[in-house]
Write a protein that binds this ligand. Structure first.
Ligand code: SAH
Length: 382
């Protein structure tokens, strides 16, 4: 008989208590276990020293911390960026990226293996949809980042990367400060599990992560945006806009045929009216596609039409992805685009890219474990 192990990170304290009692152990063991999982972010039952050895053995046999198995970690940007590759039971892989900045640390989390949205410039899209991650599988990536943060050396000043500089141990935060759902997959295409992962991580008796420290990024699934505006938790919202012209956007992002720009922006305006929260727009700059000043003008018109609302534009020069036949805009064009938006009163910044050297930048997460393993093996040779 092939018994499925219980995925512990999927459970809140009540459900865990019910489970532990059903296994014939007292309720206080559930409390201890919950603390080890969520407060101490312990990755192995062996390391939960306050649990009796017999219970740890039992857990090894009947439970798992999540479905994700950590296969590989890679370091970039002089140790300030770290990517994890996890395998699911069917050997699909998902990735998470930790980025350390002076005084803050952000983890970029995947919500699905592969992605069904089909954006033409994104490496993950090429995989197609593989599967939804469970709440615990999503949350596990944040716990991994908290563990990984402890290993980031205190003083790193990578050559030629002054902008990444972390000056001393006091600049590396002890606690993760932000979790962004900007990894593989479309969070609003897996809304229930995504939202449950936030619930798990938010629990004050557990990981205790503040709602305002989460940012969810969507390709523009309007029903998800509408759902989020009624959510009591103040989770930040980012929208992958990438074009202010329906023809251009539909060619880049098939979702635009279902939820065209006007409908998307109307939902975002309703969101800001209701929540009074600032929304960010991501705009990937692709040479000759969406990066000339005419497109900047359309973008400013779109965002200003109907009155100002709290928002910010993040410009992201396209990161290289194999075989897509597109390249990033030149620095000059990126600056000109930003300057134009600013001149119109639209706040815009160019996002500093992390993890390009380890295929961990926006749009580069391809779950290509085989290739990663090969590269890791090549790196250790000689
Ligand atoms: N599905 C969600 C979450 C992915 S977030 C969404 O679409 O928002 C990742 C961000 O990186 C998105 O804004 C995505 O459009 C962007 N991106 C995808 N491919 C990219 C690439 N090659 N270069 C730069 N950004 C890219």
């Amino acid at each position: 008989m092939n018994m499925k192990k219980v995925n512990l990170l999927d459970l809140d304290l009540d459900a865990l208590t019910t489970q532990v009692k059903a296994w014939g152990y007292p309720a206080f063991r559930a409390k201890q276990l919950y603390r080890q999982l969520w407060v101490n972010a312990v990755a192995r039952f062996e390391d939960m020293s306050d649990l009796p050895a017999a219970f740890r053995d039992f857990l090894n046999e009947h439970a798992c911390i999540s479905n994700l198995r950590l296969m590989l970690e890679r370091e970039g940007d002089g140790g300030l960026t770290r990517k994890a590759v996890f395998a699911l039971p069917g050997n699909e892989t998902v990735e998470a990226v930790l980025m350390v900045y002076p005084g803050r640390a952000t983890v970029c989390v995947s919500s699905q293996a592969g992605c069904p949205m089909g954006c033409v410039f994104c490496a993950t899209a090429k995989l197609g949809f593989l599967q939804d991650l469970s709440p615990g599988d999503i949350a596990h990536q944040v716990l991994w980042a908290q563990r990984a943060l402890a290993e980031v050396p205190g003083r790193i000043e990578p050559e030629g990367a002054a902008r990444h500089r972390v000056h001393g141990p006091e600049d590396v935060p002890a606690r993760l400060t932000n979790a962004v759902f900007m990894g593989m997959g479309e969070p609003f295409n897996n809304y229930t599990n995504w939202r449950a992962s936030v619930e798990r991580l938010h629990d004050p008796g557990g990981f205790n992560f503040g709602a305002r420290n989460f940012t969810v990024s969507t390709v523009g699934l309007v029903p998800g945006i509408r759902k989020l505006m009624d959510d009591p938790l103040q989770i930040n919202l980012a929208i992958s806009l990438h074009a202010a012209d329906d023809e251009i956007r539909s060619a880049m992002m098939p979702v635009n045929k279902r939820y065209p720009i006007a409908e998307l922006i109307a939902s975002v305006r309703d969101y800001t009216e209701k929540t009074h929260r600032r929304v960010s727009f991501e705009y990937v700059l692709i040479e000759g596609k969406n990066d000339d000043l005419e497109e900047a003008r359309k973008l400013a018109d779109l965002l200003l039409m109907g009155g100002k609302f709290p928002m910010h534009v993040n410009l992201i020069p396209l990161n290289p992805v194999d075989d897509i036949g597109m390249s990033r805009s030149s620095r000059e064009r990126v600056s000109a685009f930003r300057d134009y938006l600013e001149s119109r009163g639209v706040p815009a910044t160019v996002r500093i890219q992390r993890g390009m050297d380890i295929d961990a930048a926006c749009g580069q997460l391809a779950g290509d474990l085989a290739r990663d393993l090969q590269q890791a093996a090549a790196g250790t040779k000689g």
